[in-house]
Ligand binder design. Structure first.
Ligand SMILES: CC(C)(COP(=O)(O)OP(=O)(O)OC[C@H]1O[C@@H](n2cnc3c(N)ncnc32)[C@H](O)[C@@H]1OP(=O)(O)O)[C@@H](O)C(=O)NCCC(=O)NCCS
Length: 298
């Protein structure tokens, strides 16, 4: 049998050999401990954290599979299914597992047990090669741009929701927060259609990741990171270089703040974003696997 301390140390060793950018995991956190046996008498574990998020039950599993990789993941997910049989999750609940993107060995078991990789944390660790010849003019946004920027943000949210299993979020408070961002210098940038018109065709929102954020506390190597929070181009203007010009502007802002590393959340299922971000120098570090309701886990 492998004890839990060995499993954590094992897991750190295995994951850092899979992807050197993964930070060391330390504290498994609180929750219900699941234990599963695998061939040869070894055991693997998982910690199940059950919480409420915007009124919906979230069951987050943190597997500790150590050196056992996909075999261990399969065993922990079987233990999760057995727990759901004993204690059924809420019909509106969601199950989620955050797992390193490059751990290909665990992908098959996650899929086989009914989870889907609906989100990825993309990372860019080299300074952007700037300037590239801009294909659209980008300027700093201001409060007068609010209606165009909010319209673009809503279009982006509607499009991104096509690739989500979560409940849609209420948008009034998100609108207010974005309008507020337009008052902060350097946060929102807009692309305009041509030299002779002020019509806005795209927007990008950028910031430094807060020191206590989940990403900096749990998912990233230590140090400062920038974040692109949102990018949207008007549907009839996509594929003409506007998004690239916005990404360049955002990276220029981050470079000037000495943030040469940045992150973006996107869905690997989004056919536009998944191609776009990789072309802008990002690659996936973590995937968020989800199913809804949680009882979908097989
Ligand atoms: C993602 C989005 C912002 C990209 O903006 P865009 O103006 O369409 O992208 P660009 O024309 O600047 O393309 C930039 C690069 O991505 C590539 N690209 C963009 N869309 C592509 C597609 N559908 N297929 C293949 N390549 C694509 C281009 O080839 C280009 O590469 P290059 O600059 O090296 O030639 C835009 O499509 C959009 O608003 N999508 C809907 C909202 C969304 O998904 N937002 C992201 C959420 S994370």
């Amino acid at each position: 049998m492998t004890d839990s301390t060995d499993l954590v140390a094992d897991q750190v060793q295995r994951l850092t050999s899979i992807d050197p950018l993964l930070p060391p995991i330390s504290d498994p956190g609180s929750g219900h401990t699941l234990v599963a046996a695998i061939a040869g008498g070894a055991r693997v574990t998982g910690v199940l954290d059950i919480r409420l998020d915007r009124g919906h039950e979230v069951q987050e599993l943190r597997p500790y599979v150590g050196r056992y990789g996909g075999v261990g993941m399969d065993a922990v997910l079987r233990a999760l299914r057995a727990r759901f049989d004993r204690t059924p999750p809420d019909p509106e609940s969601m199950c989620l597992i955050v797992w390193p993107s490059r751990d290909a060995d665990c992908t098959g078991p996650l899929l086989a047990h009914g989870l889907l990789p609906v989100l990825a944390l993309g990372v860019r660790t080299k300074p952007a090669e700037l300037p590239r010849t801009p294909r659209a003019e980008v300027r700093e946004g201001n409060p007068d741009d609010a209606s165009a920027v909010l319209r673009l943000a809503r279009q982006e949210s509607e499009y991104s929701a096509l690739f989500s299993v979560s409940a849609p979020h209420p948008s009034a408070s998100a609108d207010e927060a974005l309008a507020e961002e337009l008052r902060i210098p350097g946060r929102v940038w807009v692309a305009r259609q041509g030299l002779h018109t002020e019509e806005i065709t795209g927007m990008v929102q950028v910031a430094e990741l807060r020191a206590g954020s989940w990403e900096r506390s749990c998912l990233l190597p230590a140090g400062r990171w920038g974040q692109i929070l949102r990018v949207a181009v008007r549907p009839d203007e996509r594929g003409r270089g506007v998004g690239r010009a916005l990404a360049d502007a955002a990276h220029g802002v981050l470079n000037r703040a000495e943030l040469t590393r940045s992150v973006v959340w996107y869905s690997p299922l989004n056919p536009l974003a998944s191609v776009f971000w990789h072309r802008q120098g990002y690659r996936p570090l973590w995937n968020v696997w989800q199913c809804r309701p949680a009882d979908v886990v097989r």
